[in-house]
Design a protein around this ligand. Structure first.
Ligand code: HEM
Length: 449
């Protein structure tokens, strides 16, 4: 497209030759970009390498991009890393916008992310949480410090693994511990080998399963058997692997990270922990566990999760979008093939929107006006619009179930000599933004009176 002479680009910092503004991103780019937005405003343009990139840092500008210009900006850039992870763009998360993505997203929403399907994995989630509680109970007997970060990553990986691969494997060739290691290392080659192994095992298995026993591989193999076509392309085992890669990479780390921050913040704010525990303990009485059916009643716990995601969204810049047509935000021209990031980390701290934004106050959600389902642009941990997270229901359910049970079954102490204000809050960026140092806590079994 021919660019107009009188173009009015968003402001931004001066760039260097070749690298453009890359040197200004730093290790935690959401924080550097937040600082730049204070200087240049809520819509800025930078050059990352040779790529024009717009960063949006206010709820109002986010609404313009994700609501009014969603269709203009809902493609994804072609990147070397995402090309590989997506089996050359046959997945859901990284494939550019088009018929293929639309059909793939429709199939996955129906087959994998529907309420009914997510509920069919309820038993797996409840069982994995029960195993976690058992293992922490053992540590509580001898007042041992527990690495909660490790436990929660392991919990989400097991939930994803059992939902995807099923509960038992013929000949016990499948080693879940090994899979966890590979998942943490995120080696494409090893993950691919694992997926192939599990697909082969499923194909070998002769037994017919009841519908409610089917795992994700069973469902996807059915699509292959039925010769399903996606935009004229026959659904193959590579499609199955591309979807599995999305489920593991998009589903495990964000869920685990949210759980870790959602324990860290209440541990630093004992008032919040006590209030959440009282709600849960009153709700379930002496039953000793919370099941998924009871989560709906835990209003304060839900506020704790929202407040945690406001301050610590696992994907602070969402996944990168790429524009497909020209449009304007705040009077600035945005051209096709521009990369767009929405800095939801900055939006969660917007002083005009949030009172005392740096303070952890779950009660700010008491009036029930703000949810994170993509309608309220001040709280967007799952994104919004066409490319918003389809796994939101699965993700939120995992997080709430784990927290409710951890807060019900134990009181939580800091290792000896540590005070609330000593809890480290540093972040480190990877596939998601994580808590840098592991959260270590001493569990004290809660005795029912
Ligand atoms: C707490 C948990 C989770 C968080 C915070 C989260 C967050 C996000 C975010 C921010 C995006 C990008 C949205 C955008 O670009 O506008 C996304 C996309 C996506 N998420 Fe999640 N997610 C979570 C759990 C899950 C789970 C459990 C799954 C699957 C089982 C999943 C699957 C996906 C997929 C497939 C996409 C790509 C959608 C597309 O491009 O069409 N997520 N998620």
């Amino acid at each position: 497209m021919k660019r107009k002479q009188n173009k009015h680009l968003p402001p931004g910092p001066p760039k260097l030759p070749i690298i453009g503004n890359l040197h200004q991103l730093g290790a935690l780019s959401h924080r550097s970009l937040w600082k730049l937005s204070k200087k240049y405003g809520p819509v800025i343009q930078m050059h990352l390498g040779g790529v024009p990139t717009v960063i949006v840092s206010s709820s109002e500008a986010a609404k313009q991009v994700l609501k009014y210009h969603d269709i203009d900006s809902c493609s994804r850039p072609l990147l070397t890393t995402t090309g590989k992870l997506s089996y050359n763009y046959i997945d859901i998360a990284f494939v550019p916008y088009g018929n293929y993505w639309r059909e793939m997203r429709k199939i996955s929403v129906l087959e994998l992310f529907s309420t009914k399907r997510v509920q069919s994995f309820r038993y797996i989630r409840e069982q994995e949480v029960a195993l976690l509680i058992d293992s922490i109970s053992q540590s509580s007997l001898s007042s041992v410090t527990v690495d909660m970060s490790e436990k929660l990553v392991s919990l989400t990986a097991s939930m994803a693994c059992k939902s995807a691969f099923g509960k038992k494997f013929e000949g016990n060739e499948f080693d879940e511990g090994k899979f966890h290691e590979i998942l943490l290392e995120k080696s494409f080659h090893d993950l691919d080998g694992f997926y192939q192994q599990v697909i082969d095992q499923h194909l070998k298995t002769k037994e017919t399963k009841q519908e409610e026993e089917e795992d994700i591989i069973d469902l996807l193999l059915k699509l292959e058997r039925n010769q399903t076509e996606v935009d004229g392309v026959r659904f193959s085992q590579n499609h199955i692997k591309a979807i599995l890669m999305n489920l593991f990479l998009a589903g495990v780390d964000p869920g685990a990270t949210t759980m870790i921050w959602a324990m860290t913040e209440p541990v630093r704010n004992p008032r919040v922990m006590k209030k959440a525990q009282e709600e849960i303990r009153t709700c379930v009485g002496k039953k000793g566990k919370v099941n998924e059916g009871e989560l709906e009643q835990l209003k304060y716990l839900k506020m704790v999760v929202k407040e945690t995601m406001r301050l610590h969204p696992p994907g602070p810049l969402l996944l990168p979008r790429e524009t497909m047509s020209h449009f304007k935000i705040n009077g600035y021209d945005i051209y096709p093939k521009t990369r767009v990031h929405v800095n939801i980390w900055a939006i969660g701290r917007e002083p005009d929107v949030w009172k005392s934004p740096e303070e952890y106050i779950p009660e700010r959600f008491e009036d029930g006006l703000i949810d994170f389902k993509g309608q309220n642009y001040e709280l967007l941990p799952f994104g919004a619009g066409r490319r918003g997270c389809p796994g939101i229901y699965m993700g939120v359910t995992m997080v709430e179930l784990a927290l409710a049970n951890l807060m019900l079954c134990f009181d939580w102490k800091l290792p000896s000599g540590m005070k609330e204000e000593d809890v480290d809050m540093e972040e480190v960026a990877g596939l998601a933004v994580y808590k840098k140092l592991p959260l270590k806590l001493v569990p004290v079994s809660y005795i029912y009176h």
